[in-house]
Design a protein around this ligand. Structure first.
Ligand SMILES: C=C(OP(=O)(O)O)C(=O)O
Length: 581
């Protein structure tokens, strides 16, 4: 039995056989070879190395002739890596001693090299990591790894283990068979984590290199609450987790009984409890679980789930589906929040050194009107079917908000002129997720109809911590007092101006933090559908006064750790049923 610790990002427990993926999201045959085949296998690798070497040499010569020796040197460096004696020694050891197939050995060794280079905190060496992965791909191709099978042909339950999973790869996991996943990389606030929660897949990320310790046919336990991953558990551990699964099932059944009851505190304060969705198909589950509306529809996932750029009609169909499903309940559509973290290898994803500070979200939309305009048209058109509100993400300056609003007006005029049915009076709001916007909120408040606090990005930008980076995961805390002060200030400004303010970041999906937010004055929470019942249970178990006392106490604490410890204690006192043991 091997026990690993990572970052818990999506709650729940899953048990099943391992399925190890390579970097491309394909099934990598972790096949062990027979001892008598080891020599042949090693020889096969030699042939592959020669072929790749020849290709690199040709690239070097041709590129040097066209673009100069400096550019050609890129390939010279790759050649050097390919012929590195340490690389050969390691591959030989794996194939000839550990009896790994050449493809598997190549994939593991080169992925480990790339990870080590990325860790060195040196941009030049981090770029080298891409070269290493390039060599890996070329070798795998030569080794016939094209026969790797895509994930779509699963026929039995599995736990996916991978170096990395992008949000779109996560979204395409087959829910019928994938029970949970664990990755070597990834941080607590990444969008992969958000998609995992949306799909209700227990997940642990940022474990560090561990794929090598997974044997063929290993049994895996994923504990998405504690960030624990257990490889080949012993009997008592397996039994303990099987009991946990049972307890969770019965708690879920009990909580589901709250579905038709209002999200109301014990003293009768009604909280608007909505759901966050990424895909139109999720709307049905939100309704089934008694959501008061959709508080955040992350429309960028329309881009991530298809190879094609969505057309205006694609947008329109998706929004109309959600609106019809929600049957009169409010739906907040957030315009594209695309960024390098979400786009993966799509063409729009320019290489940026600091993607989280770069051309993303509303900035990207305002610079790509061919991308933005069809979305705005589709939202205005779909609005005739129900209660839609539009929300702009990552607003940092008033100029951006004004530009976005102006474009919305222009699009409305176009629709009017061409006689297309649309609604012009839809409320316009903005995400509050950049400290600059919080500081200027007294000005923003005059120009929007509502706010929604994105605690995920607000924590990232306040604390200068990349939310998807496992190396600084301990610093990424939405309950850091600095973040809490910004939230408190936002609520104060919104209340003083009678402007509705919601919280749609992950913070609100934690029952104890939801109690804190209510105590701070929030009356509108939006959470992943899977957490609706738990949050409603917390709301119905406490009084407004108890929430206020929690907030008063928390606002005096100095560290995120103190806040978390206090909140866990209070949850234990007030709603013990929700404490995970
Ligand atoms: C809800 C948020 O947006 P996202 O997680 O999609 O960036 C947030 O930042 O809190």
């Amino acid at each position: 039995m091997i026990e690993l610790q990572g970052i818990p990002v999506s709650p729940g427990v899953a048990i099943g056989p391992a399925l190890v993926l390579d970097a491309d999201g394909y099934r990598i045959p972790r096949c062990l070879i027979a001892a008598q085949d080891a020599e042949n296998e090693f020889a096969r690798l030699g042939v592959a190395v020669d072929a790749v070497s020849e290709r690199l040499e040709t690239n070097r010569l041709e590129t040097s002739a066209v673009a100069g020796a400096n550019t050609g040197d890129i390939f010279a460096a790759q050649l050097q890596m390919l012929h590195d004696p340490r690389l050969h020694a390691e591959l030989s050891r794996r194939i000839q001693t550990e009896m790994q197939s050449a493809a598997y050995a190549v994939s593991r060794v080169l992925n480990n090299y790339a990870t080590a280079l990325r860790k060195l905190d040196n941009p030049l060496l981090a770029d080298r990591a891409e070269d290493v992965l390039d060599i890996e791909k070329q070798l795998l191709l030569q080794l016939g790894a094209v026969s790797r099978q895509p994930l779509s042909d699963l026929t039995e339950p599995v736990i996916v283990l991978s170096h990395v999973l992008t949000p779109s790869e996560t979204a395409s996991l087959d829910r019928r068979y994938v029970r949970g996943f664990c990755t070597e990389t990834g941080g607590p606030g990444g969008h992969t984590a958000i998609v995992a929660k949306g799909l209700e897949l227990p997940a642990v990320v940022g474990i560090g290199p561990f794929l090598d310790s997974v044997g063929t046919a290993a049994k895996i336990i994923v504990d998405g609450d504690r960030g624990r991953v257990i490889i080949d558990p012993d009997e008592p551990t397996l039994e303990h987790y099987q009991q946990q699964l049972e307890q969770r099932r019965s708690l879920a059944v009990r909580l589901a009984e709250l579905k038709d009851l209002p999200a109301e505190t014990a003293d009768g304060l009604r909280i608007q409890l909505s759901a966050n969705i990424e895909f139109p198909q999720e709307a049905h589950a939100c309704l089934e679980r008694g959501a008061d509306g959709i508080g955040l529809y992350r429309t960028e996932f329309l881009y991530l789930s298809s190879e094609e750029e969505p057309s205006e009609e694609d947008h329109y169909e998706a929004y109309s589906q959600v609106i019809r499903e929600m049957n009169g309940r409010p739906v907040v559509i957030r315009t594209l929040d695309l960024g390098a973290d979400k786009m993966g290898h799509r063409p729009l994803a320019e290489q940026e050194h600091n993607p989280f500070l770069g051309l993303r979200s509303i900035r990207l939309s305002l610079r790509n009107l061919d991308l933005f305009r069809p979305q705005l048209r589709a939202i205005l058109r779909a609005a005739v079917h129900g209660d839609i509100r539009i929300m702009f993400p990552l607003i940092t300056t008033l100029a951006e908000l004004r530009q976005a609003r102006m474009l919305l007006n222009v699009v409305a005029e176009d629709l009017e002129e061409s006689g297309v049915p649309y609604r012009s009076d839809i409320p316009v709001g903005m995400m509050v997720e950049v400290p600059a916007a919080v500081i200027m909120l007294d000005h923003f408040v005059r120009e929007v109809d509502f706010f929604s606090i994105g605690t995920n990005d607000l924590a990232q930008y306040t604390l200068a911590v990349d939310r998807s980076n496992e190396y600084v995961a301990d610093l990424y805390q939405s309950c850091d007092p600095a973040v809490l002060r910004l939230i408190a200030h936002s609520i104060e400004v919104a209340d003083a101006n009678n402007t509705p303010i919601a919280v749609c970041g992950e913070m609100s999906s934690n029952p104890a933090r939801a109690m804190l937010l209510i105590g701070m004055g929030v009356r509108n929470l939006s959470v992943p559908p899977a957490t609706l019942h738990r949050v409603k249970k917390a709301i119905r178990s406490v009084t407004t006064q108890q929430c206020r006392e929690i907030a008063e106490r928390v606002m005096k604490l100095q560290t995120a750790r103190d806040v978390d410890m206090y909140l866990v204690d209070r949850l234990g006192d007030l709603v013990p049923e929700l404490v995970v043991h």
